[in-house]
Design a binder for this molecule. Structure first.
Ligand SMILES: Cc1cc2nc3c(=O)[nH]c(=O)nc-3n(C[C@H](O)[C@H](O)[C@H](O)COP(=O)(O)OP(=O)(O)OC[C@H]3O[C@@H](n4cnc5c(N)ncnc54)[C@H](O)[C@@H]3O)c2cc1C
Length: 312
């Protein structure tokens, strides 16, 4: 095993760093490739209020700086490049090849932990990216609390949008649910629940046309496409729930993906269909999408990889 690595971690979000801490403490000498977004999705947010242990809340970038330092403390090697291609072996004890930015260069390894996360879909409006953390959010569980007893809006008509709207309806004064079509894509059971909520106003056939506010979100202009009526809604929070795209393009044809391109893993081990390749965090998880669940999942992959390496 001498000149072949034991553990390559792809991604530097909570899942990747958590895997790195556990893998390095188990003497796997991990190499972590940080990718196009070092620190992952949390670097886009000011307030992380629900990560256990940080009882006063913490800035997202600061939290991820702590995670990087934690991994470095146990001598994880960090390469600030991206993986552009992989070739995974089908055999137990086989060697996987991980190609980084320069295609000529590849790393050989017995074990891989994929933690490349996902990215939320945007509406494509002006000020949308600028106001992330300033009223615009992709996660009701993360940010709903900041809008307690206030008016908010959720955009989307699928399961995620209705789940977000249901969650917010319990803590917010009013929720405007903006749906592009004249029907929901969401499951019938969620639709039933949403129709029962007196503080949820459903705006079918509607799109967000404009984001209002100078330094932070103050409202939105929406258009009912059918009736051709425009109206302004004053809200403190806009929750965009029109889907997430997993960062799995480089794994196509190498690993089993589901119909939405998330990596398929066996629970509870996080093992993929290739021996020695594990996957963690949002690249697998389209349901919870939390920093703490990603970190937990990274820990599991590292522990399972350790067991795998001892098995041959
Ligand atoms: C704006 C915003 C605010 C949020 N706020 C909260 C919050 O308050 N609390 C909470 O619990 N959750 C929050 N979340 C969700 C949380 O950020 C995610 O659940 C979490 O970051 C997922 O961690 P991850 O490690 O799976 O992936 P990510 O954080 O998405 O990290 C993915 C990593 O993979 C790397 N990568 C991608 N492609 C490649 C490649 N080809 N080669 C190498 N590396 C690659 C990227 O560079 C990145 O480092 C928020 C999300 C967003 C977008």
């Amino acid at each position: 095993m001498s000149n072949i690595n034991k553990c390559i971690i792809i991604g530097s979000g909570p899942a990747g760093y958590s895997a790195a801490v556990y893998a390095s403490r188990a003497d796997m000498n991990p190499i972590l490739i940080s990718g196009p977004k070092p620190g992952g999705q949390l670097i886009d947010t000011n307030d992380v209020d629900n990560y256990l242990g940080f009882y006063k809340g913490i800035n997202g970038k600061e939290l991820m700086d702590h995670c990087e330092k934690h991994a470095r403390r146990f001598h994880t090697e960090i390469i600030n490049q991206s993986v552009i291609n992989v070739i995974f072996s089908k055999k137990i004890g086989g060697i996987h090849k991980i190609f980084i930015d320069d295609h000529q260069k590849f790393l050989s390894t017995f074990g891989v932990i994929i933690a490349t996360g996902s990215r939320p879909n945007f509406l494509g409006l002006k000020k949308e990216k600028e106001f992330i953390g300033l009223g615009i959010s992709f996660c009701a569980t993360c940010d709903g609390f900041f809008h307690k007893k206030k008016c908010v809006s959720v955009v989307g008509g699928g399961d995620t949008a209705l789940e977000e709207a249901l969650y917010l309806s319990k803590i917010c004064k009013k929720v405007y649910l903006i749906v592009r079509k004249n029907f929901f894509k969401a499951s019938k059971i969620l639709q039933k629940q949403i129709y029962k909520k007196h503080n949820v106003e459903i705006c079918f056939d509607s799109i967000v046309q404009e984001i209002i506010g100078n330094e932070y979100l103050e409202g939105i202009k929406i258009l009912n496409k059918k009736k051709k009526i425009q109206k302004t809604i004053f809200i403190s929070g806009l929750f965009i729930a029109i889907g997430h795209v997993p960062n799995t393009e480089i794994f196509e044809n190498q690993i089993e993906l589901d119909k939405n391109n998330f990596i398929v893993v066996k629970h509870p081990k996080n093992s993929t269909n290739k021996p020695g390749v594990f996957a963690s965090g949002d690249v697998v998880d389209f349901r919870y999408r939390q920093a703490i669940t990603a970190a937990s999942s990274g820990c599991i992959s590292a522990l399972e990889l350790d067991r795998y390496l001892s098995s041959f």
